[in-house]
Design a protein around this ligand. Structure first.
Ligand code: KG4
Ligand code: ZN
Length: 336
C-alpha cells in the first residue's frame, strides 16, 4: 500500500510517498525559514498562508519526480497535532478533501510519533523496544517506545524545550532565527574552559529537564562581557557544552532505569554534532547502540508522517476520520 504523508504543523511544508513494501519512495520539502527570519520567529498566520501556497506544487513535484500520480495513493497520513492550529488546519483540510475526492482513508498522525519513528527510515534501524530522546524546538522528552503507539513518558522539560533554549540563546548572541544550527556553528570556534554555564537538574534523580535558567545564565554572561567574535564563540561553546551534558546524562539514566540497549535521538536538535559525539562517546563503550535519523529527517518533514501512517495502517489495519476533520494543537503522545 502507498501512503501520502503531509506535514504542516509549523514552518515546514513536507510531503512524501511511502510504500509498505518498498519503503520511502521520495519526499519534498519547503522551509519557510527565510520568510520568518525577519520577524525573529515563526509568525503563525504567515505560516498557515504559506502552507496553502506550497502544498499542491510540492505534491506535483513529488509525483513528477517519481513519475506517478494520485491514483497510486492508497491512504493519506496527515499531521493532526501538536503544532500551530492554523498551520495544522491547512494540512488537515487539504488531506481531508483529497481523501474524500479519491475515496481513500485518512490517518491522523501525531507529529512527535513521526519524529520518534523517523530513525526507522534509516538502515540499520532500531528494533522495539528502545528509549527515545525527543529534542525539538517545542519538545524535550525521554520516551520508552515499546511498539507503534506504545509510548511511556520517562521525563520531559519543565520549562523551555532544548531547541527553544538554543534559539533564544542564539538570539541573545545576535544570531539569526532559527539560531540552533548557527549557534552550533559558532561554538566550533569557541574555546573550552573560558566560561562554565550551569547544568540544570543534572542530579535531580529523575529524567526531567529545565533549560530556561541556562538561557538566563547565558544572558547574564553576555551582559557582563564586552562582545567580540571570540567571546561570542566561547559563550556559544559553554552553552552547547552545558545543554548537551544534561541531555546525555539524562539519556544514560533512562537507559539504566529501563535496562534497554538502544537509544534513538529524534527532533531538530538531534542534528547537533556535539550531542551526537558525546552520546556516541559515552554509550558505544557501554554496549548501547545509538540511532540518529538522517539529517534531512531530523527536522520536520513529510517522510516521517508517511512512515508513521504506513506503520499504523499495517499494525492496526484501520483508519481514522471520515470526511470531517479535527486538529489538536496540544496533544499528549501518551494519549495515543
Ligand atoms: O524538530 P524540529 O524541526 O521542529 C520542531 O518540531 O520543533 O526542530 C527545530 C529545532 C529548532 O529549535 C532548531 O534551532 C533546532 O531544532 N536545531 C538545532 C540544530 N539544528 C536544528 N539545534 C542545535 N544544533 C543544531 N545543529
Ligand atoms: Zn518537529
Amino acid at each position: 500500500m502507498r501512503v501520502l504523508g503531509i506535514e504542516t504543523s509549523c514552518d515546514e511544508t513536507g510531503v512524501a510517498l511511502y510504500d509498505t513494501c518498498q519503503g520511502l519512495l521520495g519526499h519534498t520539502l519547503y522551509s519557510q525559514v527565510d520568510m520568518h527570519r525577519e520577524y525573529g520567529g515563526v509568525v503563525p498566520e504567515l505560516a498557515s498562508r504559506d502552507h496553502i501556497r506550497r502544498i499542491l506544487p510540492l505534491i506535483r513535484q513529488l509525483f513528477g519526480q517519481l513519475d506517478t500520480s494520485l491514483e497510486s495513493v492508497d491512504a493519506i497520513a496527515c499531521t493532526q497535532g501538536p503544532g500551530l492550529a492554523g498551520a495544522l488546519l491547512t494540512g488537515a483540510s487539504f488531506s481531508s478533501a483529497l481523501a474524500f475526492a479519491r475515496n481513500i482513508p485518512i490517518l491522523n498522525i501525531h507529529h512527535l510519533e513521526g519524529h520518534l519513528l523517523s530513525p526507522l527510515l534509516s538502515d540499520p534501524a532500531p528494533d522495539f523496544p528502545f528509549v527515545a530522546l525527543l529534542v525539538s524546538g517545542g519538545h524535550t522528552q525521554l520516551m520508552l517506545v515499546d511498539g507503534i503507539g506504545q509510548y511511556r513518558l520517562l521525563g520531559e522539560t519543565v520549562d523551555d524545550a532544548a531547541g527553544e533554549a538554543f534559539d533564544k540563546t542564539a538570539k541573545l548572541l545576535g544570531l539569526d532565527y532559527p539560531g540552533g544550527k548557527l549557534l552550533a556553528e559558532l561554538a566550533t570556534q569557541g574555546r573550552a574552559g573560558r566560561f562554565k554555564l550551569p547544568r540544570p537538574m543534572l542530579n535531580s534523580n529523575d529524567q526531567n529537564f529545565s533549560f530556561s535558567g541556562l538561557k538566563t545564565a547565558a544572558a547574564l554572561l553576555i551582559g557582563k562581557h564586552e562582545m567580540n567574535s571570540q567571546t561570542r564563540a566561547d559563550i556559544a561553546f559553554a552553552f552547547e557544552d552545558a545543554i548537551t551534558d544534561v541531555l546525555v546524562k539524562k539519556s544514560i539514566t533512562a537507559l539504566n532505569i529501563t535496562g534497554l540497549k538502544q537509544l534513538v535521538v529524534a527532533g531538530g536538535v538531534g542534528a547537533n554534532s556535539r550531542l551526537r559525539q558525546k552520546l556516541l562517546h559515552h554509550l558505544s563503550g557501554a554496549g548501547i547502540t545509538v540511532f540518529f535519523p538522517a539529517l534531512e529527517f531530523c527536522t520536520d518533514n513529510g517522510a516521517m508522517i508517511a512512515l508513521a501512517g504506513a506503520l499504523r495502517l499495517q499494525q492496526f489495519d484501520r483508519c481514522l476520520g471520515s470526511g470531517s476533520f479535527t486538529i489538536k494543537a496540544r496533544w499528549n503522545l501518551e494519549d495515543l
